[in-house]
Design a protein. Sequence first.
Length: 103
Amino acid sequence: MVPSPFPPESPVHRLVLTPADRRVLERLRDTAPKPHLRERAGAILKIADGHSAASVARTGLLRPRQPDTVYRWIHRFRAAGIAGLEDRSGRGRKPAFSPLPPR
């Protein structure tokens, strides 16, 4: 057997899901209205199935991501569960125009 040129995946980046978490993540992956939730749920499921986070980041998603991005998703999922996959408030581009409040 030829040794792999890549180091083994760190135990920090492995996931074990409860059956309930797996069901919720599968439902999110298949039916979430927000694309980022579908992508993140799919990534978490692949990592729990034994794929390395780095390989999921490079080739396992619709478009390549930085491995650190996927590592952050894992960390947030561990810390806050399914809610950790949502975008945090205050993120993203701010509106260029703010209408005046009604009088």
